[in-house]
Design a protein around this ligand. Structure first.
Ligand code: SAM
Length: 240
């Protein structure tokens, strides 16, 4: 059931990570009912909207414009508008823009509330995320895990690798096709016998899960020339 609205409403909507069918009924209804959709890339959300025959005004809001656009969104919420934010794929804020927007809007809503004025609502419309999709089929006990997102490319990378080596719980990483082999080789150098699960192209035509020690996975990816696409890497704790 919809909440009673006082002021505007900001809906943070999760979108598919590949398969356009991975969208909830509530997300579609939220799209249909909103005044405007702010998207990390309007071309990406356009494909999803076209698939469900939804037409809405679109605005771009990416990492570079997040704070600037937050002010515009706050003004629109104060005018009572229903606003959606989506990132390119999966759940906004998870290695994606969204957190700074929500923080700015939340602060503004709280300030209004404290001043006894009408305020706005921020709601989550949950759905796909590569993080949870990968864990759900990894066969790893994910009662507890550490999510490090993308490792830093230079400064801080060695510290992050040390965190993986010393972890007593599974560590989940996002990795790009340009760096997946580099990451596997780095892991092989420090924890050659650790068990790694690589989830590639989840929900897409070439979805695959590869498990093994880092050197073997790197070899497989190189041999099959499949170091392409999108990757979630799960590193199991090294048992001593
Ligand atoms: N917000 C997204 C989420 O909730 O998963 C993550 C966005 S982040 C910019 C993109 C990274 O997520 C990719 O580089 C990859 O590591 C991971 N990813 C996204 N889609 C994926 C997929 N279909 N299969 C495997 N990994 C994926």
């Amino acid at each position: 059931m919809d909440k009673r609205l006082i002021g505007g409403r900001l809906s943070i909507v999760a979108t598919p990570i590949g398969n356009l069918e991975d969208i909830t009924l509530r997300a579609l209804r939220t799209f249909k009912e909103c005044d405007v959709i702010y998207a990390e890339d309007t071309r990406v959300v356009s494909k999803l909207l076209a698939r469900y025959e939804i037409k809405k005004p679109l605005q771009r809001l990416d990492a570079a414009t997040e704070l600037k656009k937050a002010d515009e969104i706050i003004a629109r919420l104060e005018a009572g508008e229903k606003i959606v934010f989506v990132s390119d794929a999966g759940t906004p804020g998870i290695s994606d823009p969204g957190a700074r927007l929500v923080q700015a809007v939340r602060r503004s809503c709280e300030a209004l509330r404290e001043a006894g004025q009408e305020s706005c609502t921020i709601e989550a419309i949950p759905g796909a995320s590569a993080l949870t999709a990968a864990l759900s089929i990894a066969g790893v006990d994910a009662t507890e895990f550490t999510f490090l997102g993308f490792l830093p490319h230079k400064k801080g990378r060695q510290t992050a690798i040390k965190r993986i080596v010393g972890s007593e719980i599974p560590v989940v990483l996002y990795e790009s096709p340009h760096r997946i082999l580099k990451l596997l080789k780095e892991l092989s150098a420090v924890i050659p016998q650790c068990r790694v699960i690589v989830a590639r192209e989840l929900t897409k035509m070439y979805e695959e899960i590869i498990t093994g020690i880092p050197a073997d996975i790197a070899k497989q990816l190189e041999e099959k020339k499949s170091a392409r696409g999108e990757f979630v890497v799960i590193v199991e704790p090294v048992r001593v």
